[in-house]
Design a protein around this ligand. Structure first.
Ligand code: HEM
Length: 374
Protein backbone atom coordinates (compact mmCIF):
# COMPACT_ATOMS: atom_id res chain seq x y z
CA UNK A 1 0.00 0.00 0.00
CA UNK A 2 0.97 3.65 -0.31
CA UNK A 3 0.61 4.50 3.37
CA UNK A 4 2.35 3.28 6.51
CA UNK A 5 0.19 3.46 9.65
CA UNK A 6 1.27 6.33 11.91
CA UNK A 7 -0.15 4.87 15.13
CA UNK A 8 1.20 1.83 16.89
CA UNK A 9 3.31 0.41 19.70
CA UNK A 10 6.46 1.84 18.09
CA UNK A 11 6.95 4.88 15.89
CA UNK A 12 6.93 4.11 12.18
CA UNK A 13 10.16 4.65 10.25
CA UNK A 14 12.27 2.31 12.39
CA UNK A 15 11.38 -1.32 11.74
CA UNK A 16 9.01 -0.50 8.87
CA UNK A 17 10.58 -1.22 5.45
CA UNK A 18 13.15 1.45 4.59
CA UNK A 19 11.89 3.79 1.87
CA UNK A 20 14.13 5.13 -0.89
CA UNK A 21 14.43 8.77 0.19
CA UNK A 22 15.20 10.66 3.35
CA UNK A 23 14.90 14.20 4.60
CA UNK A 24 16.33 14.47 8.09
CA UNK A 25 16.13 17.62 10.19
CA UNK A 26 17.54 18.59 13.57
CA UNK A 27 15.93 21.50 15.40
CA UNK A 28 16.84 23.70 18.34
CA UNK A 29 14.33 25.08 20.80
CA UNK A 30 13.85 28.82 20.95
CA UNK A 31 11.88 28.72 24.18
CA UNK A 32 12.24 27.63 27.81
CA UNK A 33 8.47 27.53 28.20
CA UNK A 34 7.42 23.91 28.59
CA UNK A 35 3.79 24.72 27.71
CA UNK A 36 4.88 25.91 24.28
CA UNK A 37 6.88 22.72 23.74
CA UNK A 38 3.95 20.55 24.76
CA UNK A 39 1.71 22.39 22.36
CA UNK A 40 4.28 21.94 19.58
CA UNK A 41 4.31 18.19 20.19
CA UNK A 42 0.51 18.15 19.87
CA UNK A 43 0.59 20.17 16.69
CA UNK A 44 3.36 18.04 15.20
CA UNK A 45 1.53 14.83 16.06
CA UNK A 46 -1.64 15.99 14.37
CA UNK A 47 0.29 17.21 11.33
CA UNK A 48 2.22 13.94 11.03
CA UNK A 49 -1.06 11.97 11.21
CA UNK A 50 -2.35 13.97 8.28
CA UNK A 51 0.84 13.98 6.24
CA UNK A 52 1.40 10.23 6.51
CA UNK A 53 -2.21 9.68 5.42
CA UNK A 54 -1.59 11.83 2.34
CA UNK A 55 -3.50 14.88 3.55
CA UNK A 56 -2.46 18.50 3.64
CA UNK A 57 -1.70 19.95 7.09
CA UNK A 58 -4.25 22.70 6.49
CA UNK A 59 -6.04 24.68 3.77
CA UNK A 60 -4.08 25.05 0.53
CA UNK A 61 -6.02 28.10 -0.62
CA UNK A 62 -7.61 29.82 2.37
CA UNK A 63 -10.40 32.22 1.55
CA UNK A 64 -9.48 34.67 4.31
CA UNK A 65 -6.49 36.11 2.48
CA UNK A 66 -3.99 34.53 4.91
CA UNK A 67 -0.95 32.57 3.63
CA UNK A 68 -1.85 28.93 2.88
CA UNK A 69 -1.44 26.70 5.93
CA UNK A 70 -0.05 23.91 3.79
CA UNK A 71 2.74 24.89 1.42
CA UNK A 72 1.17 22.82 -1.37
CA UNK A 73 4.01 21.03 -3.13
CA UNK A 74 2.73 17.58 -2.14
CA UNK A 75 -0.80 18.27 -3.35
CA UNK A 76 -1.81 15.49 -5.71
CA UNK A 77 1.14 13.29 -4.78
CA UNK A 78 0.48 10.00 -2.98
CA UNK A 79 2.35 9.75 0.37
CA UNK A 80 4.57 7.01 -1.13
CA UNK A 81 4.89 5.29 2.25
CA UNK A 82 5.82 8.48 4.09
CA UNK A 83 6.88 7.99 7.70
CA UNK A 84 7.64 10.78 10.16
CA UNK A 85 9.72 9.77 13.17
CA UNK A 86 10.38 12.19 16.03
CA UNK A 87 13.32 12.27 18.44
CA UNK A 88 14.59 14.27 21.41
CA UNK A 89 18.26 15.13 21.95
CA UNK A 90 20.18 15.41 25.25
CA UNK A 91 20.28 19.22 24.98
CA UNK A 92 16.46 19.29 25.12
CA UNK A 93 16.81 18.46 28.80
CA UNK A 94 20.01 20.21 29.65
CA UNK A 95 22.04 22.93 28.03
CA UNK A 96 25.11 24.47 29.72
CA UNK A 97 24.24 22.61 32.91
CA UNK A 98 20.80 24.17 33.03
CA UNK A 99 17.48 22.31 33.28
CA UNK A 100 15.91 24.57 30.69
CA UNK A 101 12.36 23.16 30.63
CA UNK A 102 12.17 21.84 34.18
CA UNK A 103 12.00 18.30 32.77
CA UNK A 104 15.39 16.99 33.95
CA UNK A 105 13.62 14.36 36.08
CA UNK A 106 12.17 12.92 32.87
CA UNK A 107 15.49 12.42 31.10
CA UNK A 108 16.15 8.71 30.51
CA UNK A 109 19.55 7.52 31.73
CA UNK A 110 20.74 6.44 28.28
CA UNK A 111 20.17 9.86 26.71
CA UNK A 112 23.61 11.42 26.94
CA UNK A 113 25.88 12.87 24.28
CA UNK A 114 28.14 10.26 22.75
CA UNK A 115 31.38 12.01 23.70
CA UNK A 116 34.53 11.90 21.60
CA UNK A 117 35.04 8.76 19.52
CA UNK A 118 38.13 7.71 17.59
CA UNK A 119 38.16 9.04 14.05
CA UNK A 120 35.77 11.92 14.80
CA UNK A 121 36.24 14.96 12.58
CA UNK A 122 32.92 16.45 13.49
CA UNK A 123 31.48 19.68 12.25
CA UNK A 124 29.41 21.21 15.07
CA UNK A 125 27.10 22.72 12.46
CA UNK A 126 26.15 19.22 11.32
CA UNK A 127 25.87 17.76 14.81
CA UNK A 128 23.50 17.53 17.79
CA UNK A 129 20.09 19.17 18.13
CA UNK A 130 17.27 19.45 20.68
CA UNK A 131 14.76 17.62 18.46
CA UNK A 132 14.84 15.67 15.24
CA UNK A 133 12.47 14.64 12.51
CA UNK A 134 13.26 11.76 10.19
CA UNK A 135 10.97 11.86 7.15
CA UNK A 136 11.26 8.91 4.76
CA UNK A 137 9.24 8.33 1.61
CA UNK A 138 9.65 6.82 -1.81
CA UNK A 139 9.01 10.33 -3.16
CA UNK A 140 11.63 12.94 -2.19
CA UNK A 141 9.22 15.83 -2.61
CA UNK A 142 6.78 14.25 -0.15
CA UNK A 143 9.54 13.82 2.45
CA UNK A 144 10.72 17.40 1.91
CA UNK A 145 7.17 18.71 2.19
CA UNK A 146 6.75 16.96 5.55
CA UNK A 147 9.85 18.52 7.09
CA UNK A 148 9.16 21.92 5.60
CA UNK A 149 5.63 22.03 6.97
CA UNK A 150 6.64 20.76 10.41
CA UNK A 151 9.32 23.47 10.54
CA UNK A 152 6.75 26.02 9.49
CA UNK A 153 4.28 24.89 12.17
CA UNK A 154 7.05 25.17 14.75
CA UNK A 155 8.01 28.71 13.85
CA UNK A 156 8.84 30.74 16.95
CA UNK A 157 9.26 27.60 19.09
CA UNK A 158 11.93 25.73 17.13
CA UNK A 159 14.45 26.64 14.47
CA UNK A 160 16.18 24.32 12.01
CA UNK A 161 19.73 23.51 13.11
CA UNK A 162 20.86 21.24 10.27
CA UNK A 163 19.29 19.01 7.65
CA UNK A 164 20.47 16.08 5.61
CA UNK A 165 19.00 14.73 2.40
CA UNK A 166 19.45 11.07 1.58
CA UNK A 167 18.85 9.89 -1.96
CA UNK A 168 19.07 6.12 -1.71
CA UNK A 169 18.54 3.71 1.15
CA UNK A 170 21.61 1.72 2.16
CA UNK A 171 19.92 -0.84 4.28
CA UNK A 172 17.24 -3.41 4.34
CA UNK A 173 14.98 -3.55 7.34
CA UNK A 174 12.63 -6.25 6.11
CA UNK A 175 13.03 -9.63 4.43
CA UNK A 176 10.68 -8.37 1.73
CA UNK A 177 13.39 -6.01 0.43
CA UNK A 178 16.41 -6.55 -1.80
CA UNK A 179 19.75 -5.39 -0.48
CA UNK A 180 20.69 -2.01 -1.96
CA UNK A 181 24.26 -0.83 -2.63
CA UNK A 182 26.06 2.02 -0.91
CA UNK A 183 28.27 4.53 -2.74
CA UNK A 184 31.24 2.18 -2.41
CA UNK A 185 29.31 -0.17 -4.66
CA UNK A 186 28.85 -2.83 -1.98
CA UNK A 187 25.59 -4.40 -0.89
CA UNK A 188 24.72 -2.84 2.44
CA UNK A 189 22.32 -4.29 4.98
CA UNK A 190 22.86 -7.99 4.34
CA UNK A 191 23.38 -8.82 8.00
CA UNK A 192 21.09 -6.14 9.37
CA UNK A 193 18.40 -6.81 11.96
CA UNK A 194 15.05 -7.41 10.30
CA UNK A 195 11.53 -6.31 11.19
CA UNK A 196 10.45 -9.96 11.13
CA UNK A 197 12.84 -10.82 13.97
CA UNK A 198 10.62 -9.57 16.80
CA UNK A 199 12.63 -11.16 19.57
CA UNK A 200 15.93 -9.68 18.36
CA UNK A 201 14.31 -6.26 18.01
CA UNK A 202 13.07 -6.49 21.61
CA UNK A 203 16.56 -7.40 22.72
CA UNK A 204 18.52 -4.83 20.68
CA UNK A 205 16.23 -2.05 19.45
CA UNK A 206 13.13 -1.37 21.58
CA UNK A 207 13.35 0.20 25.01
CA UNK A 208 11.95 -2.28 27.54
CA UNK A 209 8.41 -2.07 28.97
CA UNK A 210 9.87 -1.62 32.48
CA UNK A 211 11.84 1.52 31.52
CA UNK A 212 11.23 4.01 34.38
CA UNK A 213 10.52 6.85 31.92
CA UNK A 214 7.10 5.84 30.62
CA UNK A 215 7.38 8.00 27.52
CA UNK A 216 10.34 5.91 26.34
CA UNK A 217 8.66 2.50 26.66
CA UNK A 218 8.56 0.95 23.20
CA UNK A 219 10.89 3.68 22.01
CA UNK A 220 14.49 3.47 20.85
CA UNK A 221 17.65 5.55 20.48
CA UNK A 222 18.83 6.90 17.19
CA UNK A 223 22.47 7.59 16.38
CA UNK A 224 22.98 9.70 13.26
CA UNK A 225 26.48 9.96 11.79
CA UNK A 226 27.31 11.82 8.64
CA UNK A 227 30.11 9.68 7.22
CA UNK A 228 31.91 11.16 4.26
CA UNK A 229 33.46 8.65 1.88
CA UNK A 230 36.80 9.57 0.35
CA UNK A 231 35.44 8.45 -2.95
CA UNK A 232 38.45 9.35 -5.08
CA UNK A 233 40.81 7.15 -2.99
CA UNK A 234 38.27 4.38 -2.90
CA UNK A 235 37.87 4.48 -6.66
CA UNK A 236 41.63 4.05 -7.07
CA UNK A 237 41.72 0.98 -4.80
CA UNK A 238 41.98 -2.39 -6.55
CA UNK A 239 38.97 -4.70 -6.32
CA UNK A 240 40.90 -7.10 -4.05
CA UNK A 241 41.67 -4.27 -1.67
CA UNK A 242 38.04 -3.11 -1.67
CA UNK A 243 36.83 -6.62 -0.87
CA UNK A 244 39.53 -7.10 1.77
CA UNK A 245 38.42 -3.86 3.49
CA UNK A 246 34.78 -4.93 3.71
CA UNK A 247 35.31 -8.70 4.03
CA UNK A 248 32.74 -9.47 1.34
CA UNK A 249 32.72 -9.85 -2.43
CA UNK A 250 31.61 -6.73 -4.22
CA UNK A 251 29.29 -8.11 -6.87
CA UNK A 252 27.63 -11.01 -5.06
CA UNK A 253 27.83 -9.59 -1.52
CA UNK A 254 28.98 -13.04 -0.30
CA UNK A 255 31.43 -13.27 2.60
CA UNK A 256 34.93 -13.89 1.19
CA UNK A 257 35.28 -17.64 0.63
CA UNK A 258 31.55 -18.19 0.09
CA UNK A 259 29.17 -18.08 -2.88
CA UNK A 260 25.97 -16.32 -1.94
CA UNK A 261 25.11 -13.06 -0.24
CA UNK A 262 23.25 -14.74 2.60
CA UNK A 263 25.77 -17.51 3.26
CA UNK A 264 26.70 -17.35 6.94
CA UNK A 265 29.86 -15.44 7.85
CA UNK A 266 32.50 -17.80 9.24
CA UNK A 267 35.17 -15.65 10.85
CA UNK A 268 37.35 -18.71 11.58
CA UNK A 269 37.60 -19.84 7.95
CA UNK A 270 41.16 -19.89 6.59
CA UNK A 271 42.48 -19.99 3.06
CA UNK A 272 45.11 -22.33 1.52
CA UNK A 273 47.84 -20.04 2.88
CA UNK A 274 46.59 -20.51 6.45
CA UNK A 275 45.52 -16.86 6.73
CA UNK A 276 41.96 -15.90 7.74
CA UNK A 277 39.76 -15.41 4.65
CA UNK A 278 38.15 -12.43 6.31
CA UNK A 279 41.12 -10.37 7.52
CA UNK A 280 41.75 -9.01 11.00
CA UNK A 281 40.87 -5.46 9.99
CA UNK A 282 37.92 -6.28 7.71
CA UNK A 283 34.82 -4.20 8.47
CA UNK A 284 32.47 -7.18 8.84
CA UNK A 285 34.87 -8.97 11.22
CA UNK A 286 35.18 -5.99 13.56
CA UNK A 287 31.46 -5.13 13.34
CA UNK A 288 30.28 -8.71 13.79
CA UNK A 289 28.40 -9.60 16.98
CA UNK A 290 30.78 -12.60 17.22
CA UNK A 291 33.66 -10.17 17.70
CA UNK A 292 31.83 -7.62 19.84
CA UNK A 293 30.18 -10.06 22.24
CA UNK A 294 26.74 -9.50 20.85
CA UNK A 295 26.43 -5.84 19.86
CA UNK A 296 23.69 -5.43 17.25
CA UNK A 297 22.11 -2.38 15.63
CA UNK A 298 19.21 -1.74 13.32
CA UNK A 299 20.90 0.20 10.51
CA UNK A 300 18.69 2.46 8.39
CA UNK A 301 21.08 4.80 6.60
CA UNK A 302 21.03 6.65 3.29
CA UNK A 303 23.53 7.68 0.65
CA UNK A 304 24.04 11.40 0.40
CA UNK A 305 25.83 13.90 -1.76
CA UNK A 306 26.17 17.58 -0.94
CA UNK A 307 28.03 18.71 -4.02
CA UNK A 308 31.74 19.41 -4.04
CA UNK A 309 34.08 20.12 -1.15
CA UNK A 310 35.34 23.61 -2.08
CA UNK A 311 38.71 23.01 -0.38
CA UNK A 312 39.62 19.93 -2.41
CA UNK A 313 37.32 19.89 -5.40
CA UNK A 314 36.31 16.36 -4.41
CA UNK A 315 32.79 15.04 -4.04
CA UNK A 316 31.28 15.56 -0.61
CA UNK A 317 29.34 12.32 -0.56
CA UNK A 318 28.96 9.26 1.60
CA UNK A 319 26.72 7.48 4.01
CA UNK A 320 24.31 9.19 6.35
CA UNK A 321 24.46 6.39 8.88
CA UNK A 322 21.32 5.99 10.98
CA UNK A 323 21.14 3.25 13.59
CA UNK A 324 18.43 2.38 16.09
CA UNK A 325 19.20 0.63 19.37
CA UNK A 326 18.25 0.29 23.03
CA UNK A 327 21.34 1.98 24.38
CA UNK A 328 23.55 4.21 22.20
CA UNK A 329 26.50 3.98 24.58
CA UNK A 330 26.57 0.21 24.95
CA UNK A 331 25.79 -0.36 21.30
CA UNK A 332 26.87 2.27 18.75
CA UNK A 333 29.60 3.97 20.82
CA UNK A 334 31.09 0.70 22.05
CA UNK A 335 31.21 -0.59 18.48
CA UNK A 336 32.56 2.64 17.00
CA UNK A 337 35.33 2.69 19.60
CA UNK A 338 36.61 -0.54 18.03
CA UNK A 339 35.88 0.36 14.43
CA UNK A 340 37.34 3.84 14.80
CA UNK A 341 40.75 2.46 15.71
CA UNK A 342 41.05 -0.81 13.78
CA UNK A 343 38.72 -0.86 10.77
CA UNK A 344 40.44 -0.97 7.35
CA UNK A 345 37.54 1.19 6.15
CA UNK A 346 38.93 4.18 8.08
CA UNK A 347 41.36 4.96 5.29
CA UNK A 348 38.36 5.73 3.08
CA UNK A 349 35.91 7.48 5.40
CA UNK A 350 35.61 10.46 7.73
CA UNK A 351 32.87 10.99 10.33
CA UNK A 352 31.79 14.61 9.88
CA UNK A 353 28.54 14.85 11.85
CA UNK A 354 27.08 13.18 14.92
CA UNK A 355 23.89 13.26 16.94
CA UNK A 356 21.98 11.08 19.33
CA UNK A 357 18.25 11.22 19.97
CA UNK A 358 15.80 9.45 22.24
CA UNK A 359 12.96 8.17 20.08
CA UNK A 360 9.77 8.13 22.15
CA UNK A 361 7.54 5.07 22.04
CA UNK A 362 4.73 4.69 19.51
CA UNK A 363 1.78 7.03 19.54
CA UNK A 364 -1.69 5.63 20.16
CA UNK A 365 -4.79 7.00 18.47
CA UNK A 366 -5.99 10.17 20.21
CA UNK A 367 -2.65 10.56 21.98
CA UNK A 368 0.35 12.65 21.09
CA UNK A 369 4.09 12.42 20.88
CA UNK A 370 5.82 11.68 24.21
CA UNK A 371 2.65 12.59 26.08
CA UNK A 372 3.93 11.16 29.38
CA UNK A 373 6.98 13.39 29.20
CA UNK A 374 5.00 16.39 30.40
C1 HEM B 1 28.17 -4.39 7.76
C2 HEM B 1 29.51 -0.75 4.87
C3 HEM B 1 29.95 2.17 8.73
C4 HEM B 1 28.23 -1.37 11.54
C5 HEM B 1 28.53 -3.68 6.63
C6 HEM B 1 28.60 -4.20 5.29
C7 HEM B 1 28.96 -3.16 4.49
C8 HEM B 1 29.13 -1.99 5.32
C9 HEM B 1 29.17 -3.19 2.98
C10 HEM B 1 28.35 -5.63 4.86
C11 HEM B 1 26.92 -5.93 4.52
C12 HEM B 1 25.97 -5.90 5.69
O1 HEM B 1 25.90 -6.83 6.49
O2 HEM B 1 25.28 -4.90 5.81
C13 HEM B 1 29.75 0.35 5.68
C14 HEM B 1 30.22 1.62 5.20
C15 HEM B 1 30.35 2.45 6.28
C16 HEM B 1 29.96 1.68 7.45
C17 HEM B 1 30.51 1.94 3.74
C18 HEM B 1 30.79 3.87 6.36
C19 HEM B 1 30.74 4.71 5.34
C20 HEM B 1 29.54 1.46 9.84
C21 HEM B 1 29.50 1.98 11.18
C22 HEM B 1 29.00 0.98 11.96
C23 HEM B 1 28.76 -0.17 11.12
C24 HEM B 1 29.90 3.38 11.60
C25 HEM B 1 28.72 0.98 13.45
C26 HEM B 1 29.43 1.64 14.35
C27 HEM B 1 28.06 -2.48 10.74
C28 HEM B 1 27.52 -3.74 11.23
C29 HEM B 1 27.54 -4.63 10.16
C30 HEM B 1 28.05 -3.88 9.02
C31 HEM B 1 27.06 -4.04 12.65
C32 HEM B 1 27.10 -6.11 10.16
C33 HEM B 1 28.26 -6.97 10.50
C34 HEM B 1 27.84 -8.44 10.51
O3 HEM B 1 27.20 -8.84 11.48
O4 HEM B 1 28.14 -9.15 9.54
N1 HEM B 1 28.86 -2.33 6.62
N2 HEM B 1 29.60 0.41 7.04
N3 HEM B 1 29.11 0.16 9.83
N4 HEM B 1 28.35 -2.60 9.41
FE1 HEM B 1 29.03 -1.11 8.23
Amino acid sequence: GATVPFHGAHQAGIATPAQDRLVFAAFDLLTDDVAQVRELFQIWTEAAERLTAGQAVGPLAPSDGEPPEDTGEAHGLPPARLTVTFGIGPSFFERDGEDRLGLAHRRPAALRRLGALPGDQLDPERSDGDLCVQACSNDPQVAFHAVRNLARLGRGVVVLRWTQLGFGRTSTTSRSQDTPRNLMGFKDGTNNLRAEEAERLDRHVWVAPDEPQRWMRGGSYLVARRIRMLIESWDRAAIDEQERVIGRRKISGAPIGRQDEFDPVDLRARGGDGLPLIGDTAHIRLASPDTTKGIELLRRGYSFTDGIDPRTGQLDAGLFFLAYQRDPHRQFAALQRRLGTADALNEYIKHTGSAVFAIPGGIGRGRWLAQDLF
